[in-house]
Design a protein around this ligand. Structure first.
Ligand code: UD1
Length: 421
């Protein structure tokens, strides 16, 4: 089992360049199946979820050419299979986008019930509602989801909950449908806008992405012959912002969109940090112990759940008692047990956790319980006294490109050790 060995404490200082957004990439790749042509995608993060997605697309008949670790060409002219391999699709959450794109392109789709991080119940009723609204019949049984339709007809879809995945799937299934689809109570995350921009570049007619009402006028065909660059990763940028704060460091975070990070910036300033918006980069520094804070995770533009564990590390060493209320996922405080092994004083009661700030953390063997928890524990290892050994790296590798190299370039003493199982 591979592990990261981190020796702290280190004040992280220097520059880091943010990769393309994981959550945009894992939606844009299946969206490319809607294109009866060839498209080029740049700024793809080189992470295991992207590599797995590319393998799945190839199994469905797409041809993929890699120009570099971050640049590919997808030729989706000959999609000849609509049954995605169950073992691969059930490994990660974003495989549900294959349902929308295969239904849209071929009128039939079969995908394993999506896996991904264990954050509690992850229903897909709103995805199914979107497919059924446009006329599809959906069946969930024997570990898979199957959907079929003779002809997709645009319709109005009201989302009962604000869901990133269901909003994107509703877009995917509507792009080639006959007539107009309206999505009310849509999610507004930056990667939803990115998927819509990608599809519009390829000939779709999607309006209003980034607001809570999205209108899709169905088109007959997406033409391809275009190049698209994936938006910078809001969550990776936020992770390094919080790493700067936790370590009392000074980091210039390049290739990011500061506007996507407004609510993280506001919280960092509230707890005593400094944030400088430099247009396409952001500089974050901290020179004292953070103040206590109260945080509630919310859909965008609220405080993102995917930056909750990283903020948890900051609050674990804050001056005073802080509270985090997690309103999106039921089981997103599993990392607090690991932080407590490092000397934190956190108690969680369901969806609320109380952080009694301690002066410092100490190194310990800990386990990444999910992707963002893993990133949080890297930050914790960097600020803790002594050696931290971090296990379960497969979670982190799903979503962060070259994470230890990036931390090392900021002065972290971090090393990956490959150990036979
Ligand atoms: C996406 C992100 C994930 C992030 C989450 C919230 C991707 C690949 N993953 O996940 O990193 O943590 O947004 O920002 O982009 N819900 C339902 N019914 C549904 C769908 C969702 O009740 O059909 C609920 C969920 O249980 C959850 C809330 O809606 O409480 C938000 O979930 P959603 O936005 O769908 O998350 P994902 O798209 O799975």
């Amino acid at each position: 089992m591979d592990k990261l060995v981190i020796n702290g404490p280190t004040k992280l200082k220097g520059e880091v360049t943010i990769s393309g957004a994981k959550n945009a990439a894992v939606a844009i790749l299946p969206a490319a199946l809607l294109i009866d042509g060839v498209c080029k995608i740049e700024n793809l993060p080189n992470i295991s979820d992207v590599r797995t997605y590319c393998e799945i697309l190839e199994k469905l008949g797409a041809k993929i050419k890699w120009f570099s670790d971050n640049e590919i060409e997808i030729d989706a002219r000959n999609i000849d299979c609509t049954q995605a391999p169950l073992d691969m699709t059930s490994k990660f959450r974003a495989s549900y986008y294959l349902l929308g794109s295969l239904l849209g392109r071929c009128g039939t789709a079969e995908v394993g019930i999506p896996g991904g991080c264990n954050l509690g119940a992850r229903p897909i009723d709103q995805h199914i509602k979107a497919f059924e609204s446009l006329g599809a019949k959906v069946d969930v049984s024997q570990g898979k989801i199957s959907a079929k339709v003779k002809k997709l007809i645009g319709n109005s879809i009201y989302m009962d909950v604000v869901s990133v995945g269901a909003t994107i799937n509703a877009i995917l299934v509507s792009v080639l449908a006959e007539g107009t689809t309206t999505i009310d109570n849509a999610a507004k995350e930056p990667h939803i806008v990115d998927v819509a921009n990608f599809l519009n570049t390829m000939g779709a007619d999607i309006r209003g992405a980034g607001t809570d009402v999205i209108k899709i006028n169905g088109v007959k065909k997406l033409h391809g012959d275009c190049t698209y660059s994936v938006v910078p990763d809001q969550i990776e940028a936020g992770t390094f912002m919080l790493a700067a704060v936790a370590s009392k460091g000074d980091i210039l975070i390049k290739n990011c969109i500061p506007e996507h990070l407004d609510c993280i910036t506001a919280k960092i300033i509230e707890i005593g940090g400094n944030v400088e918006d430099l247009g396409d980069s952001i500089r974050v520094s901290m020179n004292k112990r953070p103040n206590k804070a109260t945080i509630k995770t919310l859909p965008y533009p609220g405080y993102p759940t995917d930056l909750q564990p990283q903020m948890g590390v900051v609050l674990s060493i804050a001056d005073g008692t802080s509270i985090i209320n997690e309103s999106i996922w039921d089981s997103r405080f599993q990392y607090t047990c690991e932080l407590n092994k490092m000397g934190a004083k956190i108690t969680d009661q369901g969806k609320t956790a109380v952080f009694e700030g301690v002066k410092n953390l100490t190194g310990a063997p800990v386990y990444a319980t999910d992707l963002r928890a893993g990133a949080a524990l890297i930050i914790a290892g960097n600020i803790a006294d002594g050696e931290t050994q971090l296990y379960n790296l497969q979670h982190i590798d799903r979503g962060y490109e070259n994470i230890e190299e990036k931390f090392r370039s900021l002065g972290a003493k971090i090393q990956r050790i490959c150990e036979p199982d």
